[in-house]
Design a protein around this ligand. Structure first.
Ligand SMILES: C[S@@+](CC[C@H](N)C(=O)[O-])C[C@H]1O[C@@H](n2cnc3c(N)ncnc32)[C@H](O)[C@@H]1O
Length: 301
């Protein structure tokens, strides 16, 4: 047996995959926990520990079905503290759709890199991009094994779409992925999506340097879309209660101020209307303002 023979790495990916398909399988979870411990990564895996995960909490807010009891409990706790949380998730996703439509249409972008892509949902990036620009190529990147399993099953519907494992904390490794290099030509403008993901990076991880590194080689005409939590409008108590739920999940949230969020787009010229509440960024129809998520698109000049 591979585990007994002390080759834990050989089983981790397979067991993660099986667990993603059957998250309630306690024996599999135990095997994964043991393999991770032997690999020197005890407790480092969402599925192994049964903790809530941001991708699945977000899926619940969007009305999706790819979430488990632990995620739904966390989401309800967040909603009790911040009743606008589900509206904020929907507003964030609507921004993603409008930003991709802008990038593929007016922005002339034919290749997309979506980092922190999340679970498949209604109006996935490649569907929106292709409606504007048939043949658009999209690489989805995420660090959550459940997202990768569901994404591969649902999103990889053509040779022009790939779902790859990657972590924003290691931008160079993302650019080294074979499928990414097959689909994205770094000499041509790229549309990079960093939506709902940057607030999962702590200050200690130097998120500004990570984004600079990820976007360093992008040629002029490239566009970057960013959305980020800002809790300036919330009562301090409400924000603290929501943040405490994320602290118990697989990734903490670090909300930032508008000035800090704007810093992520250093080196990019803001596309009108600049950094605003996501509901105020080129809305299709009049919608109620949701102030706790800010968004912007920047162009490399
Ligand atoms: C709230 S969802 C956002 C999904 C989508 N981008 C959107 O805005 O609709 C955040 C996603 O970021 C992923 N994520 C969090 N930290 C990450 C990291 N360091 N590297 C890659 N993905 C990450 C999570 O797994 C999750 O799927």
């Amino acid at each position: 047996m591979q585990l007994a023979a002390a080759r834990p790495f050989a089983v981790i990916d397979d067991v993660r995959h099986w667990l993603a398909c059957d998250p309630g399988h306690d024996r599999l979870r135990a095997v994964l926990g043991k393999a991770l411990a032997r690999a020197g990564r005890p407790g480092s895996d969402a599925v192994a520990t049964g903790r809530a995960a941001p991708a699945r909490i977000y899926d619940y807010f969007l009305g999706g079905k790819d979430n488990y009891a632990v995620d739904r409990d966390a989401a309800r706790e967040i909603l009790a503290a911040v009743p606008a949380a589900a509206d904020a998730a929907r507003a964030n996703r609507a921004f993603v759709r409008r930003a991709v439509r802008y990038m593929a249409g007016e922005g002339g972008i034919g290749q997309f890199l979506d980092v922190g892509a999340g679970l498949p949902t209604r109006g996935n990036v490649h569907e929106i991009a292709r409606a504007e620009r048939p043949g658009a190529r999209v690489v989805y990147v995420d660090n959550d094994p459940v997202v990768l399993t569901h994404g591969r099953a649902i999103l990889e519907d053509s040779a022009h779409v790939a779902v790859v494992s990657g972590d924003l904390r290691d931008p160079d490794a993302i650019w080294r992925r074979r499928r990414l290099r097959e689909l994205i030509d770094p000499a041509e403008p790229v549309g990079v999506l960093l939506c709902g993901v940057l607030h999962f990076l702590s200050d200690a991880e130097d998120p500004f340097a990570l984004v600079e590194r990820l976007t360093a080689g992008l040629p002029p005409g490239s566009l970057v879309a960013v959305t980020h939590a800002w809790f300036g409008d919330l009562e301090p108590g409400a924000a603290d209660r929501a943040l405490a739920v994320y602290r118990r999940s697989t990734a903490e949230v670090r909300p930032r101020t508008p000035d800090e969020i704007a810093r992520f787009l250093t080196g990019f010229a803001p596309v009108e209307p600049g950094l605003v509440a996501v509901t105020d960024w080129r809305p299709d129809t009049a919608t109620d303002r949701v102030g706790c998520v800010l968004g912007a698109v920047g162009r490399r000049v």
